[in-house]
Design a protein around this ligand. Structure first.
Ligand code: AQP
Length: 345
């Protein structure tokens, strides 16, 4: 698939991203997404959504959904999102997401959707029993972004294919309706050492909220003891001490992951970490990594707990954010309906 848009998009730069309320946030979510969200709010118009419509594609739980939505909002604020600068809201409170999904469903092609690897991973062996919502998840994600004509999307590496699909959908809408440049072709913002944080138990699997082993991830709400314990128990290998160069990380996925986590937390690169720790044993490196993680995460954890004690404030932020997001999406959706040609009296 190729992008046919030849003229540069002339609209304003706008950032959109989201996180699913499907459980406690982990270090991968933080380094791959939230840390970037915070940096971008300084010089961009940003919308950060708690994507609760995505969360119901797998095992919806009415008893916990609202509270988990508040928890993600609390994590956003605790990581440093300023609700005066960024628009923080819940996806289900702005109708444009669901409406635009239907229109984009009619633009998207089955062949494109069937190539999505995350559906295959999440549906597992019995794809016939997966929800249609899970299959359609990438179109909802395209609608999330395009409902605001967002131009930049900070995400982890696992979302790269979905972002490519969003660009294809935007481009096809523009061509099908002969409205060049109506939708921007959004740019993924993925690069950086935190783009793909792997499980602490298996360096070939990404760190994930839904991994049944809690030892596989560092949660943002873990206390210092839990963080130290998890890094101590993190899998390494029997190939010797820490290598001195990046080439020495080849075929050592678990060590590569730990070095990447250190680099992302310290704001440096893997080679700098290896220059400091190369030739040293894991008995030296793991405690240093745990100390760094605790220093970084414990203020976030404390702020998060404080926010969670103030449910009224979180609800106020989400309500205000929904109204501001809706104000941006409404005129875009009016244009979309006109472009498609729906009857209006
Ligand atoms: N391991 C990771 N490394 C770097 N970035 C990651 N992200 C997720 N895992 C990693 C990024 O975090 C953002 C929010 O993700 P999400 O919770 O909406 O969905 P996900 O990608 O499906 O995350 P999980 O933890 O794997 O959740 P479950 O287990 O519920 O499916 C996204 O930008 C994502 O790239």
């Amino acid at each position: 698939m190729t992008d046919h848009q030849t003229q540069p998009y002339a609209g304003p730069e706008r950032v959109f991203s989201g996180v699913q309320p499907t459980g406690a946030l982990h270090l991968g979510n933080y380094l791959g997404a939230l840390k970037k969200f915070v940096a971008l709010q300084e010089d961009h118009e940003c919308l950060y959504c708690v994507v609760d419509l995505h969360a119901i594609t797998v095992n919806p739980d009415p008893a916990t959904l609202a509270q988990q939505t508040r928890e993600i909002a609390a994590a956003y604020l605790a990581c440093g999102l300023d609700p005066e600068k960024s628009i923080v809201f819940a996806q289900s409170s702005v109708p444009a997401h669901t409406e635009l999904t239907w229109y984009l469903n009619c633009v998207s092609r089955m062949g494109w959707m069937e190539r999505m690897t995350q559906f295959k991973d999440k549906a597992g062996k019995d794809a016939q029993r997966a929800s249609v919502g899970l299959f359609d998840y990438p179109v909802l994600m395209a609608a999330d972004i395009l409902a605001y004509k967002a131009t930049h999307v900070p995400v982890g590496d696992d979302q790269k294919q979905h972002l490519e699909l969003t660009r294809d959908i935007a481009d096809k809408f523009n061509r099908d309706f002969d409205t060049p440049n109506f939708f921007p072709l959004p740019e993924p913002l993925i690069k950086g050492p935190g783009a793909r944080i792997m499980s602490l138990k298996d360096g070939t699997k990404k760190m994930s909220k839904s991994d049944p082993s809690d030892l596989s991830r560092i949660n943002l709400i873990d206390d210092a003891d839990a963080i130290v314990k998890k890094f101590k128990k993190a899998k390494t290998d029997v190939l010797g001490d820490m290598p001195e160069t990046e080439a020495g990380l080849k075929d050592r996925p678990e060590v590569d992951n730990l070095v990447g986590i250190y680099a992302a937390l310290a704001g440096t690169d893997k080679q700098a970490v290896l220059t400091e720790y190369g030739g040293k044993g894991f008995g030296t490196f793991k405690p240093a990594l745990a100390d760094l993680a605790v220093a970084h995460l414990s203020p976030i954890t404390t702020r998060m707990r404080n926010y969670l004690d103030d449910r009224g404030e979180i609800d106020r932020v989400l309500k205000d954010g929904a109204a501001r997001a809706d104000t941006i999406a409404r005129p875009i959706m009016d244009d979309v309906r006109k472009i498609i040609g729906f009857w209006r009296s």
